[in-house]
Design a protein around this ligand. Structure first.
Ligand code: NAD
Ligand code: ZN
Length: 352
């Protein structure tokens, strides 16, 4: 078992990583709560719901199960959860537990951030991707005009990462989470990057995956500790996300996994870096690895106009210019503003 401590101005907390932690959750509750609302999705409740509920026995516990997938990060599902919380008479001494992947984490975290101006919540991530989403306190739901446009910075009181749960993930969800690991490696650690690309996802050993997860969490933790509210270096974590979010919105939420969309975004960021910064990056190598591991990386010319429009609704647009994260080299990100026409031109030549 390992513990990584996050020093946060809003709320410091521990990320505990280990096997079977879902069975031990009671030992990690930071205090006595008047009641607990567990928010999870249909897949996670089926696989691990009983374990968590058993472990919470003796507390006043309520359970809310949302449909799996990105469409649950909606204003409707959010509102239904608030209604349930009111019907269960949750008060300011209640706790919310987000038990699931990034969707449940972002959604339940936003419920916690806004219910009665904020109640405590614990993240119990169950996907690889959630190594990223459960750390750093960004919580949000989507708007039809764009991803994560309604949200807050609201750290959990605890993150309990039960690494046993990731064994049941589909290959698509492994691909999705692995893309965020690649992103972290590209921002901060060239050796980690090389190591990630030396592995084939079909054959990956669980212990290697868990080691990679811990490295990813450490990179993310180091960045968010320095810049919790994304005024500076935390922006680097958006590598691949400007286009990635536009792809998710354009295709329809849930049609492509978050990480798979980010993977295309990362390739595009590498391509734009080469053009704008006159640098040479291992673009070909990354593209080959993504193709070998069955990432859906094709975009079509008909999508370009819509993608550019969605990119212009991104939170990173300032004075009509898109602030993109580019790379001078692996391990050295920079922020770079690009206007709409230029982005369109680059997307065109990237797709060719
Ligand atoms: P997800 O929560 O939808 O999980 C993916 C799928 O895996 C779902 O069908 C889910 O039911 C299933 N699942 C979850 N745990 C499982 C398990 N242990 N075994 C089998 N199946 C399991 O999606 P995700 O990929 O975890 O997260 C994506 C979301 O995270 C996106 O909405 C993205 O915007 C968000 N995100 C947020 C941040 C942040 O900083 N807040 C960072 C990165 C991503
Ligand atoms: Zn992401």
């Amino acid at each position: 078992m390992r513990t990584i401590h996050i020093n946060s101005a809003i709320q410091s907390y521990d990320i505990v990583i280990g096997e079977k932690l879902r069975h031990q959750i009671k030992d990690y509750l930071p205090k006595n709560y008047s009641s607990i609302l567990v928010i999870t999705d249909e897949n996670v409740v089926y696989l691990y719901g009983n374990d968590l509920l058993q472990a919470l026995k003796g507390n006043k516990v309520f359970l809310e199960v949302v449909p799996p997938g990105e469409t649950s990060k909606s204003i409707q599902v959010y509102y239904q959860l608030l209604t349930k919380a009111l019907e269960y008479s949750l008060d300011r001494q209640s706790l919310i537990i987000a038990f699931g992947g990034g969707v449940v984490g972002d959604l339940a975290g936003f419920v916690a951030a806004t219910y009665m101006r904020g109640v405590d919540y614990i993240q119990v991530p169950t996907t690889i991707l959630a190594h990223d989403s459960s750390v750093g306190g960004k919580v949000a739901i989507n708007h039809e005009k764009g991803k994560n446009l309604i949200g807050s910075f609201y750290p959990p009181v605890q993150v309990l990462y039960d690494t046993e749960t990731i064994q049941t993930l589909s290959l698509q969800d492994v691909r999705s989470g692995y893309a965020e690991l690649l992103k972290e490696a590209m921002l901060a650690n060239e050796n980690f990057f090389t190591q990630l690309l030396s592995i084939s996802l079909e054959q990956i050993a669980m212990k290697d995956l868990i080691t990679a997860l811990e490295t990813g969490i450490n990179i993310k933790a180091t960045i968010v500790e320095q810049d919790e509210r994304e005024a500076g270096i935390r922006k680097y974590l958006n590598l691949g996300h400007t286009l990635g979010h536009a792809i998710e919105t354009r295709l329809g939420y849930g049609k492509i996994s978050h990480g798979e969309a980010v993977a295309i975004g990362i390739l595009f960021a590498m391509y734009v870096s080469q053009q704008e910064l006159q640098v040479k990056l291992p673009l070909k190598q990354v593209k080959e690895w993504l193709t070998e591991n069955n990432y859906p990386i094709a975009l079509s010319f008909e999508q370009i106009d819509d993608l550019v429009e969605f990119m212009m609704h991104d939170k990173k647009v300032i004075n009509s210019e898109i602030q993109m994260v580019l790379l001078k080299k692996i391990g050295e990100p920079v922020l770079h503003n690009i206007n709409k026409q230029q982005i369109k031109k680059y997307l065109h030549s990237f797709i060719m």
